[in-house]
Design a protein around this ligand. Structure first.
Ligand SMILES: O=c1nc[nH]c2c1ncn2[C@H]1C[C@H](O)[C@@H](COP(=O)(O)OP(=O)(O)OP(=O)(O)O)O1
Ligand SMILES: [Mg+2]
Length: 204
């Protein structure tokens, strides 16, 4: 992803390294909103699709996983980049599946995620997004976290993006899947993390 700051002379060229088209779509949408939109060069974006890597992700805390992925991406690219990790954390399970949610989703699906909490007193959960920015292979990645509270519910809404149908965001009565793009991207874990990243980039 090439981002270009308007309103200032400085422009930032960044690659968003991800294999997830839904993430990319939401990031583009969020960055296009706001008072000072960060514009994504879609022509460049197309050519950058060649840079979508699928590499192994380590085990550890969400921060360790995020740092390692960004470090690896910067090494492979030989330049600045951002990466993003999403965790879905169950209160009753002390934060698990957390960064391993992808493999839980793949193996047991929406019903399985609900069944995991059978017998537990709380269905509370939070979605945690961690953006990592690296200025290059020799730099330590910087992390930006965003968190949205909610609960795990039987699936409602279109199954377009991951676990969206089973995550009901606090105070909304809606699952992420039942929300419009605008609604989700106003309260989402991704929006909150990206807002911090945006502030950081604007301060450079
Ligand atoms: O807003 C979301 N709403 C619903 N599901 C979501 C969301 N955001 C990520 N997800 C899913 C995708 C993957 O199953 C797992 C995170 O794993 P994660 O490694 O961060 O993503 P990924 O491997 O798909 O893409 P990437 O190449 O950026 O690592 O949660
Ligand atoms: Mg991944």
């Amino acid at each position: 992803m090439k981002v270009q700051k308007q309103n200032k002379h400085l422009s930032i060229n960044l690659v968003f390294v991800t294999g997830n088209a839904n993430k990319l779509r939401e990031v583009q949408y969020i960055l296009s909103q706001g008072q000072r939109p960060i514009q994504i060069d879609s022509h460049d974006l197309d050519s950058k699709l060649a840079f979508i890597f699928h590499f192994p992700e380590i085990q550890g805390t969400t921060q360790e996983v995020a740092r390692a992925k960004c470090q690896r991406a910067a090494e492979l690219l030989g330049g600045p980049c951002i990466t993003e990790d999403t965790a879905l954390c169950f209160k009753a399970l002390n934060g698990l599946p957390g960064p391993y949610i992808k493999y839980f989703m793949k193996s047991i699906g929406h019903d399985g995620l609900n069944s995991m909490l059978d017998g537990f007193p709380t269905k509370e959960a939070w979605a945690l997004c961690t953006f990592a920015y690296s200025s290059g292979p020799d730099a330590e990645p910087i992390l930006f976290e965003g968190r949205t509270e909610g609960m795990i519910v039987p699936a409602r809404g279109p199954a377009t993006f991951g676990w969206d149908p089973v995550f009901q965001a606090e105070d909304t009565g809606k699952t992420y899947a039942e929300m419009t793009n605008e609604e989700k991207n106003f309260i989402s874990h991704r929006y909150r993390a990206l807002d911090k990243l945006r502030n950081y980039l604007e301060s450079l």
